[in-house]
Design a protein around this ligand. Structure first.
Ligand code: ZN
Length: 85
């Protein structure tokens, strides 16, 4: 197996786990971030696109999380809760 960054899968030296500090942060944020189901429901069923953006922004800001990662997690959560149900 090739040794690669735990976050983005870029090949890296054996002594490293992540290719960059950003990747390390992103990886641990992805684990730490949890998206409440009612929040996902509200975003997808009761918000306009504009409201959705705003809600996600506030949510990320409140927890001091990266908005891009929060968005990914929300999409993941939505797929998990509503698409595959
Ligand atoms: Zn990486």
């Amino acid at each position: 197996m090739k040794h690669s960054c735990q976050n983005c899968s870029k090949p890296i030296p054996l002594t490293k786990v992540f290719c960059s500090k950003d990747c390390k942060e992103a990886f641990f944020q992805k684990i730490a971030i949890s998206i409440p189901k009612p929040f996902v429901k509200r975003l997808y069923f009761f918000c306009s696109e504009e409201e959705k953006e705003k809600e996600i922004f506030n949510f990320a800001k409140r927890h001091n999380w990266n908005k891009k990662i929060v968005k990914e997690k929300i999409e993941e959560a939505y797929n998990l809760y509503y698409e595959c149900a």
